[in-house]
Design a protein around this ligand. Sequence first.
Ligand SMILES: Cc1ncc(COP(=O)(O)O)c(C=O)c1O
Length: 471
Amino acid sequence: MDKKEFRKQAHELVDWMADYLENIEKLPVKSQVAPKEIFDKLPNSAPQKAEDFKSVFDDFEKIIMPGITHWQHPSFFAYFPANSSPPSILGEMLTSTLAAPCMVWQTSPAAAELEEQVMIWLRQMLSLPESWSGVIQDTASTATLASLLSAREKSSDYAINQHGFAQQKYRVYCSSETHSSIDKAVKIAGFGSDNLIKVDVDDSFAMRPGKLAQAIQEDVEKGFTPLAVIATLGTTSTTAIGPLKPIGEICQKYKIWLHVDAAFAGSALVLDEMKFMIDGIELADSFVFNPHKWMLTNFDCSAYFVKDEEALVKTFEIMPEYLKTAEKLDVNNYRDWGIPLGRRFRALKLWFVLRSYGIEGIQSMIRNHINLATDLETQIKQHPQFELLAPRSLNLLCFRFVPDTSLDIDTLNDMNLRILESLNATGKMFVTHTKLHGKYVIRMLIGQSDVTKSHVDSAWELIQKTALEIK
Ligand SMILES: Cc1ncc(COP(=O)(O)O)c(C=O)c1O
């Protein structure tokens, strides 16, 4: 494709993108294709000869689009959102046009310096400690892995990086409601899944600090070294919060690294009324949240903050001759702040978002989502045949249909599963589930960028109608 052709196709593509976003509500939220349906439509080898862009794009519309689940549809209430915005998309377009792997300062000074500055902005917006440093990672999973590796290296005086494990018997602690990325990070960091201790939760599904202290003390007595605790602000099943301060005090007492996983809920810290979530943050060592979940920024963009920048850099720093540069002290070479060498210029879209919405725009979106969820919570509570199974802390509702209290758990689980499948098959909304104390629960998270009261009202009507039909 020459540059003239690129210009023509790019203009048409932008029109397609704007049409897509304008008309997204005409599409089924959840893709309705069967497994392997897309794969079977694709040729089983790459084309020998070049094809023109039109035929590629026609196939995109014909083959690929039916297999897309529309995360930007306002009736996407599933998982956690990946809410995006027009300024973010435009930023992504520029990032992909520049196509610069931003590994060290000189590979694009603006990328390194913009990243440094937008991370300071985010740190201020969320009221994280002023002395902390921030870096953009691809995902929270990577940030949590980076945190456990830094904890490991700092604790072993960087000996494991050099010599491998000696006799260390490290233990890592999280709650039974912690995200699976922690299990993964523990495996990758070499601790062994047996050494991840899952602490009990309370009635709000948040970690019980007393149980944490007990588990740590027992391990100390058995000769283990308690290394790190992961506290979650906004658990994946129910968005349970913390409690950070008592967990932090236990970590201080035993000199344990405290990582805070606020992947979803962290964005809510832009609101003064939600700052209580980080009461005790000064006791933590690292913190991650995803602007790509709830801050209008295209996937992927995960903001990782650390108390001890030197420990992070010393964990990852590698200096082969071909990467040595003259600039050392005043600028950041982000390849030393995480796992990959080449890094996408993610700060650009974040900068576009922060400037285009301002702190007030982001606050008002988040507040609106919480208010919509609060209204729906009232309606669910008032309905005699629905019950909430977890307290609402932000914008997630966990509920199930109970038409008759004499029905046993298996019958209710099966009924609610069928309700969920039936709702998603309509294409009008998309919800996912979790299980709490063995009970099948419908999770509805109101957090898509363009969701309004009318989307929530229509969804709630559809839920009630579907439940009565299935009963
Ligand atoms: C609490 C929590 N932590 C971590 C993650 C992992 O996020 P990522 O996809 O950015 O790795 C999730 C994903 O939903 C999550 O809910």
